[in-house]
Design a protein around this ligand. Structure first.
Ligand code: SAM
Length: 236
C-alpha cells in the first residue's frame, strides 16, 4: 500500500514537471514569434515606457476609466499605466502572437482583468463609439495600411472629454536625458540603414494635421520631438 502511495506521488510530480516544461516551451515559442520582443520589453527601448505612462497620468490626470493602446505589441506602456491608475486597459494589436504572449505576461504580473489583450486591426476597431478616455499609440501608425481610416477609428471610439495621443517615433517628455541620448543615437543610426526597417514600415506620414482636419477632429495639435518624431494629441 505504502509503495502504491509513493508511486502515485512520484507520478503526480512527474506530470506537474512535464506540464511546467510544456508551458515554458510555449512561452519561449511565443517570444520567438513576436517581432522585436526583446527590444521593447527588456531591451534598449524598454526604459521609455514607464516615463511615458507617467507623462500621460500627469498631463491628463488619469485615474479611472478606459485606456486603449493600439499596436503596443506586448504593451509595456499599458502594464505601467495599469499599475499607476485604476484604469481598465485594452491592448489592441494585429499580431496574434503578441496578444497570446501578453495574456501570459499579464497573468504573471497579476494584472489579469486590468490589462486585456485584444487581437484586432486599427482600421476596424472592435469597440463601441465613445468607449475610451485615453487612446495611446506609439510607433504603430507607420505600419497602418490606411492611416486616415485608422485615425478615424481612434476618434470614433474616443469618449467626449477624452484624449488621444498617437505618435510616430518619439520617446516622451519625461525620459532621463542620458537614456534619451542613447535612444536618439540608436534611432538615428537605424533610420540611415534601410535594411533595419521592418516589413510594412511606410515611414513618417506627412500631413497629420490635414488628416485630423479631414476626419473632422476639432481640437488637436502636433507635438514634435526633435530628431526622432512627433505626437498627435487630439480631443473630442
Ligand atoms: C514597431 S511596433 C511598435 C511597438 C511599440 N508600440 C513601440 O513603442 O514602438 C508596431 C506594432 O504595430 C502593430 N500593427 C501594425 N499594423 C497594425 C494594425 N493595422 N492594427 C493594429 N496594430 C498594428 C504591429 O503588430 C506591431 O506590434
Amino acid at each position: 500500500m505504502k509503495r502504491l502511495h509513493v508511486c502515485i506521488v512520484v507520478g503526480v510530480l512527474i506530470s506537474l514537471m512535464a506540464a511546467h516544461a510544456a508551458a515554458d516551451d510555449y512561452v519561449d515559442m511565443l517570444k520567438q514569434k513576436v517581432p522585436r520582443y526583446e527590444r521593447f520589453t527588456t531591451g534598449r527601448f524598454a526604459p521609455m515606457y514607464e516615463p511615458l505612462a507617467r507623462q500621460m497620468v500627469l498631463d491628463y490626470k488619469l485615474k479611472t476609466g478606459v485606456a486603449v493602446e493600439i499596436g503596443g505589441s506586448c504593451s509595456p506602456f499599458l502594464m505601467h499605466l495599469a499599475r499607476k491608475t485604476e484604469m481598465t486597459c485594452y491592448a489592441l494589436d494585429i499580431d496574434v502572437w503578441a496578444m497570446r504572449l501578453l495574456g501570459v505576461m499579464v497573468d504573471e504580473a497579476q494584472l489579469t482583468g486590468r490589462v486585456i489583450p485584444v487581437e484586432g486591426d486599427v482600421q476596424d476597431l472592435p469597440f463601441k463609439d465613445n468607449f475610451a478616455d485615453l487612446i495611446f499609440s506609439r510607433g504603430s501608425i507607420p505600419f497602418w495600411p490606411d492611416q486616415t481610416l485608422g485615425l478615424r477609428e481612434c476618434y470614433r471610439i474616443l469618449k467626449p472629454g477624452g484624449v488621444g495621443y498617437i505618435g510616430h517615433g518619439g520617446f516622451g517628455r519625461l525620459l532621463e536625458p542620458e537614456e534619451r541620448a542613447k535612444m536618439v543615437k540608436w534611432r538615428l543610426g537605424w533610420g540611415k540603414n534601410e535594411e533595419n526597417r521592418p516589413e510594412g514600415w511606410r515611414g513618417p506620414k506627412e500631413g497629420m494635421l490635414d488628416m485630423a482636419r479631414e476626419i473632422g477632429i476639432k481640437e488637436f495639435r502636433l507635438i514634435k520631438e526633435p530628431q526622432v518624431g512627433w505626437w498627435l494629441e487630439f480631443r473630442k
